[in-house]
Design a protein around this ligand. Structure first.
Ligand code: KG4
Ligand code: ZN
Length: 339
């Protein structure tokens, strides 16, 4: 089954064509970073306006790159939440219109739940090994930090989630206060490579032993206080140390909670996905732990960790197989338990 995946929940307009929920025939992402960078964060109204301009060219490019026409598409998967409501409406309305016009069924996909299915995608060559159920997924993005236990492609339990800021949000806010621009996760990652991770001891927000919820606002405030109170200002070397020490505290927390989630659920397989899963230190630390503890780790390549249409199509495929079709007349975004 060829599924067209459409994603517009935040600031990227993306579309992809995926075969049988796994083989990526094309994946096109149109980034809006340059539009929002000067405001230091996403401006929702500008994001939805740009989605309107981009959605048709992005979908056409995805079909062309896959070498298929709309008549070859057997199902449409579109992000229906969570995200910025104006942004979601563009992708969702577009998908409904194409579904109606071309007579193709569509299904609305939960963005966070879909992030984990990036672990099933491949592009070239033989099919890769895939996670076995039940598996734990650590989804770390700009909007969410969540531990899920997948029992099947479309059924899971929420093990823990952030009580305040998402991990990516903490990276972005710390980057902003360090003057590194927006979005700042990748900038912290780059700068931290030249700094000392143990230079400043930022308190790890573990909450309590075994607690699978997250809290990142405390580390962010600790960095802010450190920067404000440091006499003599933050020179280039200290800036690297602050970036590396903050990153280490955030990564420590993510790695620890992922391990606790495996321990408490008894699952052996771990998926790490979402934009923050592009972080080189997180990737290295979690890979090291997985090796030590005999955990089967599935960490998609960075281009499938950050937002794209391919993981939307991957989950959409399983929903469409179960005939979980979206209705053209439902304009309210369904609420999704737990989020
Ligand atoms: O999953 P994603 O593309 O969009 C959302 O669904 O939010 O995640 C975007 C987030 C941003 O906060 C960005 O700063 C962060 O992922 N990010 C990173 C890195 N690359 C992207 N955070 C830390 N290190 C990185 N290398
Ligand atoms: Zn995302």
């Amino acid at each position: 089954m060829l599924v067209l995946g459409i994603e517009s929940s935040c600031d990227d307009t993306a579309a992809a064509v995926v075969e049988n929920g796994r083989k990526v025939l094309s994946s096109v992402v149109s980034s809006q970073d340059s539009i929002h960078a000067k405001y230091g964060g996403i401006v929702p109204e500008l994001a939805s306006r740009r989605h309107i301009e981009s959605i048709i060219p992005v979908v056409e490019e995805a079909l062309d790159a896959a070498g298929v026409a709309l008549k070859d598409i057997e199902g449409i998967a579109v992000t229906q939440g969570p995200g910025l409501v104006g942004s979601i409406l563009i992708g969702l309305s577009f998908a409904k219109a194409v579904s109606f016009g071309a007579g193709i069924p569509f299904t609305g996909v939960n963005h966070i739940e879909a992030h984990a299915l990036a672990a099933f995608l491949f592009e070239q060559g033989p099919e890769k090994e895939t996670p076995g159920f039940p598996f734990v997924a650590l989804i770390v993005s700009g909007g969410h930090t969540t531990l899920l236990l997948y029992k099947d492609f479309t059924s899971y339990e929420i093990l823990g989630q952030t009580l305040d800021d998402a991990a990516g949000e903490a990276f972005d806010k710390v980057a902003k206060l360090l003057g590194l621009g927006y979005p700042g996760g990748a900038a912290i990652d780059r700068l931290a490579k030249e700094g000392r991770a143990n230079a400043i001891e930022f308190k790890r927000p573990y909450l309590s032993k075994g607690n699978l919820d997250f809290s990142f606002s405390g580390i962010k405030t600790a960095v802010l206080n450190y920067v404000r109170n440091h006499k003599g200002g933050i020179g280039p070397d200290l800036l690297k140390d602050v970036a590396a020490s903050f990153q280490e505290a955030a990564v420590d927390t993510l790695v620890m909670k992922a391990l606790w989630a495996l321990e408490s659920s008894g699952a052996k397989d771990l998926v790490v996905a979402g934009g923050v899963a592009c972080n080189s230190r997180l990737r290295a630390r979690i890979a090291e732990k997985a090796q030590e503890e005999g955990i089967r780790l599935f960490m998609p390549p960075p281009k499938f960790c950050s937002d794209n249409g391919a993981f939307i199509a991957a989950l959409g495929y399983h929903q469409l197989k179960k005939k979980l079709y979206g209705g053209l007349d439902t304009n309210a975004l369904p609420t999704w338990e737990g989020f």
